[in-house]
Design a protein around this ligand. Structure first.
Ligand SMILES: *Cc1c(COP(=O)(O)O)cnc(C)c1O
Length: 426
């Protein structure tokens, strides 16, 4: 195709279909620009983004401060590897550990890598500190979990689509029901070889399942009582998404160095990704205190790109934005309005049955079977009406806009969503 010709949506879709592996099933919308809460397709149509790249773009598309930090660093030094020191990594490590209140960080790139890193640290701690016999460590995980796509991580997924024909699977995981303290207690006390409990404070991919009020605090207490590491995967829920800096922060909206309130749960290992960079660059992080992190010695774990100068500069700018623009407070306030408005409509609806979530991580359950295409069709209609969202697990639609949204925009979006749902009333 000539460079003078403009690529249409149909062209772009044909190219991906022909030359790309078919590992995703996207909505047929081709985007080429983003700014704040908006994205535009190649035909110039404007949309509200209600996925935010699975909560990576919490700070809004192309945030000038974050993009500026990236450009400046990219023109200075991009990658040294960890074979040498660089002048950005240490500064970033001090910044992010103080921001979240841990002794140390291990920098990686993607969420899945950070989860893998946490699992490796947990196992090593179990053998070297807890005294579990070698190769016997077990890590407890939850039904319906989503922690990424590596061979080990999919080994403990329930999603047949993610698992089937990718075996043999990695051993050493015990699966229990989510939001079930009895199941956790039984599993934790079933053996002396339990090393850790890996949990999402809210299950995002599963369909935005918010556990009972005291689940995380009591789960943490059970872990503590049994010398088991509590590992929080906040790749999707972290960085202000759920109305507090972390979902484990409970009801605290302080964005930085917060006073630990009663609802605050301190994980032994905290896993972050996605919005650590505001969706500008792949940056993930594993945070822990010295007694845990110091089990990792030179040569035992690493990544060529992990903690590179661009990642460090981008992450500091992205986390600055979260505090400067009070994104946790905004997410909390707008989330309440979103759920209240949707709940009011749902009372009289036969299309939607339920709205649930926390902060600006919400889902609407559609009144149809899990294998129906109603949720997909609603998302197609939402796109036509100028709002992009995607079904997760069949009949559930997740709504997660950038956290820089204002109230006028949110109410505009609520109207689009309700009017669209009304088109599907039976
Ligand atoms: C997205 C996600 C991951 C994986 O992150 P990638 O960057 O896609 O590897 C892990 N855990 C949770 C909870 C996620 O939402």
């Amino acid at each position: 195709m000539s460079v003078l010709e403009k690529l249409t949506s149909a062209d772009a879709i044909t190219l991906e279909d022909k030359y790309g592996a078919h590992n995703y099933h996207p909505l047929p919308v081709v985007l080429n620009r983003g700014d704040g809460v908006y994205v535009w397709d190649v035909e110039g149509k404007k949309y509200y983004d209600f996925l935010s790249a699975y909560s990576a773009v919490n700070q809004g598309h192309c945030h000038p401060k974050i993009v500026g930090a990236m450009i400046e660093q990219a023109q200075t030094l991009t990658l040294t590897s960890r074979a040498f020191y660089n002048d950005k990594l240490g500064v970033y490590e001090e910044y992010i550990t103080k921001y979240f209140g841990f002794d140390k960080v291990l920098p990686m790139n993607t969420g899945a890598e950070a989860v893998e890193t946490a699992l490796k640290i947990c196992r090593k701690w179990a053998y070297e500190k807890k005294g579990i016999p070698e190769n016997e460590a077990q890590i407890i995980v939850c039904d319906g979990n989503f922690h990424g796509r590596t061979t080990t991580i999919i080994s403990f997924s329930n999603d047949e689509n993610a698992r089937k024909n990718f075996g043999p699977y990695t051993a050493g995981f015990i699966k229990i029901a989510y939001d079930d303290l009895d199941a956790l207690e039984k599993a934790i006390t079933s053996s002396k070889n339990i090393a850790g409990f890996l949990v999402e404070p809210i299950q995002g991919e599963a369909g935005v399942y918010v556990p009972s009020e005291d689940y995380l605090a009591k789960a943490k207490a059970l872990c503590e009582a049994n010398n088991v590491l509590f590992i929080a995967d906040e790749v999707q829920t972290g960085i202000a998404r759920t109305g507090s800096l972390l979902a484990v922060c409970g009801n605290c909206t302080c964005e930085n160095q917060c006073e630990k309130q009663s609802s605050y749960v301190t994980p032994d290992i905290l896993i972050l990704g996605k919005a650590v960079s505001g969706g500008v660059y792949p940056v993930s992080a594993v945070l822990a205190n010295n007694t845990i992190m110091n089990v990792i010695k030179p040569g035992q774990h690493g990544s060529t790109f992990g903690g590179n100068p661009v990642a460090a500069a981008v992450a500091m700018a992205a986390l600055d934005v979260v505090s400067e623009e009070h994104l946790a407070q905004n997410a909390r306030r707008l989330g309440k309005i979103f759920r209240a408005e949707l709940a009011k409509y749902i009372e009289t609806s036969n299309v939607a049955t339920l709205v649930r979530g926390k902060g600006l991580l919400n889902a609407v359950v559609i009144n149809d079977t899990e294998d129906s295409d109603t949720a997909w069709n609603i998302c197609m209609k939402l796109a036509e009406n100028g709002l992009l969202a995607k079904p997760t697990h069949g009949n559930i639609i997740r709504f997660a806009p950038p956290l820089v949204m204002n109230e006028v925009q949110l109410l505009d979006c609520v109207a689009i969503i309700i009017n669209t749902l009304k088109q599907f009333e039976k």
